[in-house]
Structure formats: structure tokens, C-alpha cells
Design a protein around this ligand. Structure first.
Ligand SMILES: [Zn+2]
Length: 122
């Protein structure tokens, strides 16, 4: 992970870091078929996933963002591999790896306001 390893101040900047973190979250909490997680130039969403390829794409804007934000976005997309809609079952899944997800969503909004206010983020 980066060059500091777990337990230190973890910074996720590369596709390698992202893939490792996604695998770790998935293997610890979900064990779903997951092929890869990579950063991708995307402006209107933080993350997307392809059910066909089992790949997760995270906005390049989250490179180097606070770990809990990337953790939440990865968890959000991993759970979509299992449940497509944002229903009660879905949020229950999310809460396994990210019990604090409501707060994480607020932090994401704040992060967007701070860094990308002009470009508009949901
Ligand atoms: Zn979603």
C-alpha cells in the first residue's frame, strides 16, 4: 500500500493501491467475484462498476483523498456487484464494511465542495 503499508498513514494514489484495498475489503467482508479496481477519469460520479467485467472504476479525483472516502466508494461499488439498487438490503451490505457510511457520504460531499465546487458534484 503506497510506501507505508497498513497501519501507517495510508495514501491510495495508484491503481495498484486501489486494487489491493478493494481486494482486502472484498475478501474481508463480501467475497464476491471481483476482477479489478482502477482509477478512471470520471467527473460526474465517484465510482462506477461493471457487472459484466466485475471491474470497479473510481474517479481520478479521489487519488490521494482521505482513506475513509476511498474505502467508502470502493465498498459502495463492491456492494453493487451483489445488489444493484440502493434499497435496504443494499445499505445493510454496505454497513458491514462501512458502518459509518452515512458520515462518509457527508465527508464526500464536503471533500467535493472543498476541491471541486466549481465543477459540480452530486
Ligand atoms: Zn450506488
Amino acid at each position: 500500500m503506497g510506501n507505508r503499508g497498513f497501519g501507517g498513514h495510508l495514501v491510495v494514489r495508484s491503481d495498484d493501491d486501489l486494487r489491493r484495498l478493494a481486494k482486502m475489503i472484498n475478501e474481508t467482508y463480501y467475497n464476491l467475484p471481483l476482477k479489478n479496481a482502477i482509477f478512471h477519469k470520471q467527473y460526474s460520479t465517484w465510482g462506477t462498476c461493471s457487472l459484466k467485467t466485475r471491474q470497479i472504476y473510481v474517479s481520478h479525483r479521489l487519488k490521494g483523498a482521505p482513506l475513509e472516502l476511498i474505502w467508502y466508494v470502493l465498498t459502495h461499488e463492491i456492494c453493487h456487484l451483489e445488489e444493484r439498487s440502493h434499497n435496504a438490503r443494499y445499505w445493510n451490505l454496505v454497513s458491514k464494511a462501512c458502518p459509518d457510511y452515512i458520515n462518509c457520504r457527508k465527508m464526500l460531499k464536503a471533500y467535493a465542495m472543498q476541491n471541486y465546487a466549481k465543477e459540480g458534484y452530486r
